[in-house]
Design a protein around this ligand. Structure first.
Ligand code: ADE
Ligand code: ZN
Length: 350
């Protein structure tokens, strides 16, 4: 009976129209694709018996080490096309209609940025044609490389500016790399018309969330879990309605919060505290998940009600970096489907 209920929930959640605001292109490479690209490009991956075995870690830095090795296997324009097309195809299969994704251009030091952009944009175009899914690029700044490298990175990125390049993010290993030194580069990105977000409070303290808001001027916080340690900041964020892009499965790999059912799990607490949040997949194959499964885990393990799920979907519509006419169209076109799916979810629990 429980199994049947889970399957019904999974089917309903998958069918809901969704937006993904926190997924990394290089973290979305399917294991089989990684092995094939590595073989084709003559890149040696760590020895492993099966593709899945590559994707095993339980801390953020161990995960990032594998992320960096995998990125080396992506070399040619057609490789960037393939991983983008596969990521968006998978998102579409999970009910996503629009994806704003991080791309780590700096993870391929031997590949010119122009080639990376060409392949990624070709993948986006083909995914739009074949799956009807729209998408946009958020170049991720590698905080480990420091603010000077970040400034050069921004210069490079701006050379390839187009309407689909919508913002910048800050990622990689957080704890020893606070946000403040990146303030000048964020200021420059803002003046260039880019939208701003940053990973904060995943492996770093609540003060990194505060500094991302106050020093970097971000409009969204990626993860943000350690905000639960600072009641005043939590209240401030609840009142200002800043969006937190949460990723349930990620917490079980990169943070000490391995049990989504625990009353102390930060996403549960953030939801109960009334923060504005949404659900995302981060690095789906690398965390053995997909977008619809993140919604299922939110319901079955983090205690999200049908109303919470409905709210998270509308939060993504409200906070996507699109023009208001697109937002209005999404709201009116998706509303019947969302209402029907949410009502059916409510029925399951009687
Ligand atoms: N890059 C890809 N996934 C990440 C995460 N969860 N934290 C920091 N950097 C990342
Ligand atoms: Zn992330």
């Amino acid at each position: 009976m429980n199994e049947e209920r889970t399957q019904t929930r999974a089917r309903l959640l998958r069918a809901l129209p969704k937006i993904e605001l926190h997924v990394h292109l290089q973290g979305s490479v399917q294991p089989q694709t990684a092995l094939e690209l590595a073989r084709k490009n003559g890149i040696e991956l760590p020895p492993c018996e099966s593709p899945q075995e590559l994707y095993a870690y339980d801390t953020l830095d161990a995960f990032l080490a594998v992320y960096s090795i995998l990125a080396e296997a992506i070399v040619e324009t057609e490789d960037f096309h393939r991983i983008t097309y596969e990521m968006l195809g998978s998102a579409a299969g999970n009910g996503a209609r629009h994806v704003e994704f991080f791309a780590s251009f700096c993870a391929h030091p031997k590949v010119p940025y122009g080639r990376q952009f060409d392949g990624i944009r070709a993948g986006m175009r083909d995914a739009l044609r074949d799956y009807g899914i729209t998408s946009a690029i958020i170049p991720g700044i590698n905080r480990e490389e420091g603010p000077e490298a970040a400034a050069t990175y921004l210069d490079q990125i701006l050379k390839y500016r187009d309407d689909d390049l919508i913002g910048v993010g800050l990622d990689y290993f957080e704890a020893p790399f606070p946000p403040e030194p990146f303030a000048p580069v964020y200021e420059r990105a803002r003046k260039a018309g880019l939208r701003l977000t940053a990973h904060a409070g995943e492996a770093g303290p609540a003060s990194f969330v505060e500094a991302s808001l106050d020093q970097l001027g971000v409009e969204r916080i990626d993860h943000g879990y350690n905000i639960v340690d600072d009641a005043a900041l939590l209240e401030r964020c609840r009142d200002s309605g800043i969006l937190f892009t949460c990723c349930p499965s990620t917490t079980t790999y990169t943070t000490p919060h391995k049990d989504l059912r625990a009353a102390s799990h930060p996403i549960r607490r953030m939801n109960e505290a009334g923060l504005t949040l949404c659900l995302n997949s981060d690095d789906p194959p690398m965390f053995h998940t997909d977008l619809a499964n993140e919604y299922l885990r939110a319901v079955e393990e983090l205690g999200f009600s049908a109303a919470d799920i409905e709210r998270t979907i509308y939060n993504t519509i409200d906070h996507a970096w699109v023009d208001d006419s697109t937002r209005r169209t999404w709201r009116s076109e998706w509303q019947p489907l969302i209402s029907e799916g949410i009502e059916a979810l409510r029925q399951i629990d009687g």
